[in-house]
Design a binder for this molecule. Structure first.
Ligand code: 13P
Ligand code: SF4
Length: 388
């Protein structure tokens, strides 16, 4: 049976719906045009000193990233959060699922703050716990649940991670999806992978040697996922029908156009791009991998980068000796990542400096316990780290 669930954006804890949806910020939010904002952020950070640690995901705006104590992809930031037991406050400049993971990986007396609670992720919203439970029930009914290992991309809510922890599965990120799938296929003969079908398919086919026929797509909006029992039994990878609304927009035609206009250009994309785009690319990897690749590239080389625009613009500015272009003609910011702006960061830091904790992200203890099991399985994976 398919359960009808609430609308998207399952942010916060339902205690202040107005602010959780980002409609208004409960506090004295400075105007974005306020010329004193940078000075106010510096002063608030100084006042907090070592009590605060600011994490910045690579997709954050320049105005925010300048205040990050460390920048990284979601894997690196999860590790950095876990490695800061001395910080009373972790201010997470990223999106909701990342802040939840930081809360899970930090100690109970540390507080994780998301400067704007409306900074969600449309992909994470595409897999709700009730939908995943429905899919699992179908696998039980088909008599194959015992063989299936659930693997969730980091871009998912804490209750989905907890589902994986409870059912013998793990979390992965774009840095370690291959290692995580290798681990999963040692535990069982099939994987249920959510929410990003593209990361799942790209990893299974291009890194693990599977064929497209080994993969089926479970559509949570169709009865029985739109699949027959036979299709489920035959599949090795059961991919969730979810995607990134930013990376899903890059097209293979653009790759062809760029190759025709810029001789020698190399195409470097994130694995959330569609399989067709990734097939045409020269290199594919997480945001951290993309940065490392550009840094190591020879002067004079040309690159088209298929990931979020804030990062691509920063890379282009930092490497004037290389030609770096965005792999699309249209602007492609992640709108939810961009919810974190300097006014919200200043508001959060000043509130903390005045001993008022705002926008704390707290995962309930039972969810945290099982989500941590799935996250710890990921952190214990051998081999590859974000540096590879
Ligand atoms: P990374 O895992 O590369 O940080 O990517 C996170 C993300 O949200 C990509 O869209
Ligand atoms: Fe989510 Fe895509 Fe934005 Fe990443 S870029 S946070 S996957 S919507």
């Amino acid at each position: 049976m398919t359960t009808v669930d609430l609308p998207l954006l399952p942010l916060g804890r339902g205690v202040d719906l107005g602010s959780e949806r980002g409609v208004e910020c409960p506090g004295d939010l400075p105007s974005p045009s306020d010329p004193d904002l940078v000075a106010r952020a510096v002063a608030a950070k100084e006042a907090l000193g070592s009590r605060v640690f600011v994490l910045g995901h690579h997709y954050q705006r320049d105005e925010v990233i300048q205040f990050a104590d460390v920048t990284g992809d979601s894997f690196k930031l999860a590790r950095e959060a876990a490695a800061r037991p001395e910080a009373e406050f972790i201010v997470f400049c990223g999106v909701h699922f990342m802040a939840e993971s930081a809360d899970i990986l930090t100690s109970p007396d540390q507080k994780v703050i998301l400067p704007d609670l409306a900074a969600g992720c449309s992909m994470a919203d595409m897999a709700r716990l009730t939908q995943v439970e429905d899919a699992w029930a179908a696998l039980v009914e088909a008599g194959i649940a015992d063989e299936v290992v659930p693997v969730t991309y980091m871009n998912s809510s804490a209750d989905i991670k907890a589902f994986c922890g409870r059912n013998g599965g793990a979390v992965c990120t774009s840095s370690n999806a291959e290692t995580a799938l290798e681990w999963a296929f040692e535990q069982g003969s099939k994987v249920l992978f959510f929410p990003d079908q593209h990361l799942g398919r790209n990893t299974a086919v291009l890194k693990m040697g599977m064929s497209l026929d080994d993969c089926v797509v479970w559509d949570p909006h169709r009865p029985h996922g739109g699949l027959t029992v036979e299709q489920l039994r035959d599949a090795r990878m059961i991919l969730w029908k979810g995607h990134c609304s930013v990376h899903g927009r890059f097209s293979p035609d653009t790759v062809d156009d760029l190759r025709a206009t810029i001789p020698g250009i190399q195409i470097l994309v994130h694995p959330e791009c569609t399989h067709e785009v990734v097939l045409k690319a020269d290199l594919v990897g997480s945001t951290e991998f993309i940065i490392n690749t550009i840094e190591a590239a020879a002067p004079g080389t040309a690159w088209a980068v298929g990931t979020e625009l804030n990062l691509v613009k920063r890379l282009a500015a930092a490497h004037p000796d290389k030609r770096i272009v965005f792999l699309d003609k249209t602007v492609c910011y992640c709108s939810t990542m961009n919810r974190i702006d300097l006014p919200h960061l200043v508001w959060a830091l000043e509130s903390l400096a005045n001993d008022t904790v705002v926008n704390q992200i707290e995962v309930d203890p039972e969810t945290e316990r099982w989500a941590k099991v799935a996250l710890d399985r990921m952190l214990a994976l051998p081999g590859k780290t974000h540096k590879d």
